[in-house]
Design a protein around this ligand. Structure first.
Ligand code: TXA
Ligand code: MG
Length: 315
């Protein structure tokens, strides 16, 4: 398959919409990371997403919709979910909610669960596309177990990318947020942080007026995010909390200069936006990677979550 490289103009958007309505999969920009999109109402299209990613199993996908009204036709919103949707949509927040039986979503999207992960992306190109296509299921547009893509070049990376495996990539340049969305659900009736991400947990709990419960992995329930231990893995080994590199290591500093720094000034927003691109560039040096300590508040929690997974033993 020849992967089309589409510009994010009227023609590119129209072409992406045609491919998606024909059941093809297309990598699309969002404010967090590039998503590998397929028509959420078409089971064959959703199957192509798993196929292109080489996912070992059918973990459930996030459905993207243009606005909260559309989301209300797909999922039931408890009062706290209404509050969060009103506060943070469009934006980098995914809500896991009860799936409406009449939603018309292919069961492969939710892997047969009675809940669905749903979000309204803020990226203007994602918005424009969703208005042409309807709901799109989209995991991050990387091969399974690899680093999430924050540019069209990452999606097409000859080394482990999706070039030749997907119909097209819609190129809108780098993703402004750079880490995946924060996922919140109510698995035991309490608002629970299922995955740290682009909106800090503190910002969400401030809005609710109480802290988010921590996610307790429960082997009896089908689980959320990043269950595979090594999920965001570069090829190289990764050493965390490394203020100073050992000889032979490629160092990723924070709040200090250097060719691979996440942010010279110690800005966590900039560090999140640069994270995955920096890991890819450092990986190309072909040496072990050492990452400086990153503060664990705000977006630092999402950054540290991704780094811990990248450093975890490979399965
Ligand atoms: O920023 C993002 O969230 C990006 C962009 C493309 O929107 N998407 C993304 O998708 O990160 P993915 O598939 O890489 O991660 C989705 C996570 C998975 O870990 C999955 O387990 C969880 O959401 N998830 C999906 N549906 C769920 C459900 N019904 N219950 C619990 N977790 C669910
Ligand atoms: Mg992913």
């Amino acid at each position: 398959m020849q992967t089309e490289h589409l510009l994010a103009d009227q023609m590119g958007l129209a072409r992406a919409a045609i491919l998606l309505s024909a059941g093809e999969v297309v990598a699309i920009p969002t404010e967090t990371v590039y998503g590998l999109a397929g028509d959420a109402r078409n089971g064959a299209a959703v199957a192509r997403i798993y196929e292109a990613k080489g996912r070992p199993s059918f973990n459930p996908l996030i459905v993207h919709v243009p606005d909260a009204d559309t989301a209300h036709g797909i999922a039931d919103f408890p009062p706290e979910a209404e509050t969060l949707a009103a506060a943070f949509w469009p934006g980098a927040l995914t809500l896991v909610l009860p799936l409406r039986p009449d939603a018309g979503i292919a069961s492969l999207v939710t892997a047969g669960l009675s809940s669905i992960a749903i979000r309204v992306p803020a990226h203007p190109i994602a918005q424009a596309l969703l208005r042409l296509t309807g709901p799109l299921a989209a995991p991050s547009a990387n091969a399974s177990g690899r680093i999430s893509p924050t540019s069209a070049d990452h999606v097409l990376d000859p080394d482990g990318g999706l070039d030749g495996r997907i119909a097209a990539v819609l190129d809108a340049g780098p993703c402004p947020v750079g880490v995946e969305s924060t996922i919140v659900g109510w698995p035991h009736g309490r608002a629970t942080l299922l995955r740290p991400g682009g909106i800090p947990a503190e910002t969400i709990s401030d809005r609710l007026g109480h802290p988010l419960a921590d996610h307790q992995p429960d082997p009896s329930t089908p689980n959320a995010p990043g269950q595979l231990t090594s999920h965001y893995a570069p090829q190289a080994t990764l050493r965390l909390n490394a203020a100073i590199p050992a000889p032979g290591e490629t160092h990723i500093p924070f709040a200090a200069p250097g060719p691979f720094t996440l942010s010279e000034s110690g800005d966590l927003t900039q560090a999140a936006a640069r994270l995955f691109d920096t890991l890819r560039r450092a990986d190309r040096e072909g040496r072990p990677i050492a990452v400086a300590p990153i503060p664990d508040h705000g977006l630092g929690a999402a950054i540290n979550d991704r780094l811990r997974r990248a450093a975890a033993p490979r399965s």
